[in-house]
Design a protein around this ligand. Structure first.
Ligand SMILES: [Zn+2]
Length: 168
């Protein structure tokens, strides 16, 4: 990603992650860490203002961790039926066990979360859609730093920012 960020301007209003449907790997596991040897189907729904605004079905397969994948199926904002398979990458943290990540089809990178912005068709990572955080819109100075720290600590950038800025 050489040079990305240099000369970047924030004159154009970006889409915020808060406006997107967000899928974390842990959502597929029903909240806890996703483990190997799992084959399951499930559904996720996003509600706003008391109603479901978006729903998807998924088929998860981590039976062979080296070939783990999840298929997401949903209807796009335009009513198109979409099915996409996301390869899951596995890492082995120092503390033991395994950890699964989405492989973003847009950039091929390992991601904990994928996002579907309003009026878009496909789930991709925050970088692919150049998404921002609501809370950072006014002061973008440290966006990149928070994002990089977040990646390093496996935390959302917003959480890193909250800690650094001290519990707003
Ligand atoms: Zn991406």
């Amino acid at each position: 990603m050489g040079g990305k960020g240099s000369g970047r301007t924030y004159l154009v209003r970006k889409t915020a992650v808060e406006e997107c449907c967000e899928v974390a790997v842990s959502d597929l596991a029903g909240g806890g860490p996703l483990r190997p040897g799992v084959r399951r189907r499930g559904g996720l729904a996003w509600c706003r203002g008391g109603g479901v605004v978006f729903a998807l079905g998924y088929a998860l397969d981590t039976a062979d961790p080296a070939a783990a994948a999840v298929r997401l199926g949903y209807a796009s904002a335009g009513g198109e039926e979409i099915e996409e398979v996301f390869r899951l990458e596995v890492t082995r943290p120092n503390y033991g066990g395994v950890r699964f990540w989405f492989t973003c089809p847009g950039c091929g990178r390992r991601r904990r979360k994928l996002y579907l912005p309003p009026r878009r068709r496909l789930f991709r990572c925050r970088e692919c859609y150049d998404l921002t955080y609501e809370s950072c819109r006014e002061s973008h100075r440290y966006d990149r730093l928070f994002a990089e720290l977040g990646e390093a600590l496996a935390l959302p950038a917003a959480a890193v920012e909250a800690v650094i800025k001290g519990g707003r």
